[in-house]
Design a binder for this molecule. Sequence first.
Ligand code: AMP
Ligand code: MG
Length: 484
Amino acid sequence: MQNLKNTYSELPKDFHRAINPTPVSKPKVLSLNYALANNLSIDTSDEAQLLSYFSGNAVPENASAIATAYAGHQFGNFVPQLGDGRAILIGELIDEAGKLNDIQLKGSGPTAFSRQGDGRSAIGPVIREYILSEAMHAMNVPTTRALAAISTGDDVFRETALKGGILTRVSSSLIRVGTFEFFRARQDLDNLRILADYSINRLYPAISGQKNKYLLLFNAIAEKQSILISKWMSIGFIHGVMNTDNFSISGETIDYGPCAFMESYDPDTVFSSIDRHGRYKYSNQPKIALWNLSCLAGSLLPIIDGNEDEKEEIIRESLGNFSKDLNSKINIEMTKKIGLKETRQSNELTKNLLSIMHQNGADFTLTFRSLSSAIKGNDDQFLQCFNGNQEAEGWLVEWKNLINKEKGDGETLAESLNCINPIYIPRNHMIERAIREYEEENTHSIMDEMLKVTADPYLDQKDMEDYAVPAKDDEQVTQTFCGT
Ligand code: AMP
Ligand code: MG
């Protein structure tokens, strides 16, 4: 990693604290993402050296490793100082597109922000984040990427002793809404401006030099978030901890914790064990995104141009636009899933489908996937999702009528639907199986297979049905954990 840059560590001292990873005893590679490494021009010929970097046993020569400072609203309550308690930013690498990427180890030992925590991670959450983030990438959802998963050879102590792990993640920037809140809460407007300018230069360079650039920054972040949340909604993804410290200003999915994909469609679905009141349930995600953006707006307000009344009015308008824009993007994404352009009629049809899916507990992923077979004349897969329910049959007739009116060739439509509706998502019980395999047997064949299958989520793959079907009754995973 000769080309490491340290642009964030060159920011003023309040932005970060210098810290090197703490060495581990017997590191072993579980997975290395060669394609991503190549994209970042990382030399992969010396695996021993890569292992030492990704385990934190060595830092690249030109690294200036840091933990970054941020604050955040956790479940609605403001915490003025959080920061990277179990993550260390090694530096940044430029990818093939010329874009700067954070290279961060997660689970690599304590930092100045660890508070009571040990700065470590169990191997379970590492495997989870690796599989989930790579699957999201394959489904064209903006996300941090997984570069390496390492088992440390040391135990971490939670309720019981667990194998320790380190994930190296890659992000176009790990600046969060909480990073802005950190400086705003300290009334440190100089650093707030420095952070905003850094964010513009790095993520939204087209804005720099424009009038009222901090307002434009806010609007640009809102736009990215509306794209992100609409994608989450369209694949049944539930983040689980949409605290403002887990809400990126790059518009990437970050901080995979107790997140999961919904199987049976139910808008009230919550997996996270700590989300007792369903604040971050599936159907609340758009509202929470708005809530988080209001926190960002509040943080940026003092540096936005204009007098108090004007600024508040403009921000209120921007937030209103965000909500409208997000709703419209969700409608577009959802109607795309049934092969139609967004109109009043197709919105109505989608709403009806979701309603009968909810009543019958239909699997979100399989229901949409089976539409391509239905359009070619095989209704069975679709109807099976509803246990042969009559209403589902009625819906199919109505849908086919509209499709026939608007679209010509069924074969082409089926193909295009199969490029929109995945067959393979990282299902919770399969992730649990992959974790259990490593915990109990020290092998990772399920993880490897799952990574391979979900890398091609739209392609029907031979002998891979296990990854395409929902959990059986005795395999259901109803709760997921942060693993912190
Ligand atoms: P998260 O829920 O992962 O977004 O974490 C919230 C905060 O707790 C962040 O400041 C983390 O860095 C910190 N944290 C989580 N787990 C640990 C740990 N094991 N050791 C130290 N800090 C942690
Ligand atoms: Mg976090």
